[in-house]
Design a protein around this ligand. Structure first.
Ligand code: ADP
Ligand code: MG
Length: 249
């Protein structure tokens, strides 16, 4: 299992700093949460790691190699609002797309790819939705389809941006249980997350962001009142505590 290492990542949009001098290592085989206020640069960090945006500085490594050499090992489930759901494609078709990095140039997906995709759909419990159009799915089902696509890609890492946004509690439970299962099977999972009530239950490690790295590491040592005050400001952090958010210490 290989770690992802971020060295001195800085990103600005039209001259405005979004992330500054981020250094961190994502542990392999863990469920890691990226947490911070709105506009903290959480999505930017994910896109920066994946080299999907222009950065001011920074190097990203997968093990000892530049991440671009191993991009297919890392699957990305982007924020739902960024996806065009009117595109006419059925569920199995979306999952088959995951197999594309493994196809040779000009090769079209065949029996083998479709079989793999069907197995991945089964893993997320959506076999009977195989022929549906994606526009017919609930938000929670859609997230599971994207997780199946990541599995079809045979990615070792799955990065998800706010997978629980706008999803009911039952679907959220199904998805987090699925992600925990994949973690237990050796996948590395990273989730941008904003519901602070769930951090200690969901994650092994946490990355606290606010336009730069505040802290990162195992939840028990990192998700502390002190660090949360640094991330959100002391007033907001206190309000969270009164509201029942369970910081580690
Ligand atoms: P988060 O995901 O933590 O809410 P983002 O990474 O989306 O934060 O954004 C960080 C900052 O960068 C915000 O101030 C946001 O408005 C700005 N930003 C993000 N994407 C763009 C973009 N494409 N163009 C201009 N500004 C952007
Ligand atoms: Mg975001």
């Amino acid at each position: 299992m290989k770690t992802i290492r971020v060295e001195n990542l800085s990103v600005a949009y039209r001259g405005k700093i979004a992330l500054q001098h981020v250094n961190l290592e994502l542990s392999a085989g863990k469920l890691t949460g990226i947490v911070g206020p709105n506009g903290a640069g959480k999505s930017t960090l994910m896109k920066g790691i994946l080299q999907l945006i222009k950065t001011q500085s920074g190097k990203i490594f997968y093990g000892e190699e530049p991440i671009n050499n191993q991009r297919q090992k890392i699957a990305y489930v982007e924020q739902r609002q960024d996806i065009d759901l009117s595109f006419p494609i059925d569920v199995l078709g979306v999952v088959v797309f995951g197999t594309y990095p493994h196809l040779k140039i000009f090769q079209r997906p065949g029996k083998q790819e479709k079989k793999l995709a069907a197995e991945c759909l089964e893993k997320v419990g959506l076999s009977e939705f195989s022929d549906r159009q994606i526009s017919e799915l609930s938000g929670g089902q859609l997230q599971r389809v994207f997780i199946a696509r990541a599995l079809a890609q045979q990615a070792e890492w799955i990065l998800l941006d706010e997978p629980f946004a706008g999803i009911d509690a039952t679907s959220e439970k199904i998805i987090i249980d699925l992600l925990k299962e994949l973690r237990d099977e050796g996948k590395s999972i990273v989730i941008v997350h904003h519901d602070l009530h769930k951090v200690t239950d969901y994650f092994d490690e946490v990355i606290l962001l606010n336009k730069g790295l505040i802290a990162s590491g195992p939840v028990a040592q990192t998700y502390t009142t002190k660090n949360m005050e640094k991330t959100y400001g002391s007033e907001i952090a206190q309000t969270m505590r009164v509201g029942g958010v369970d910081f580690a210490t």
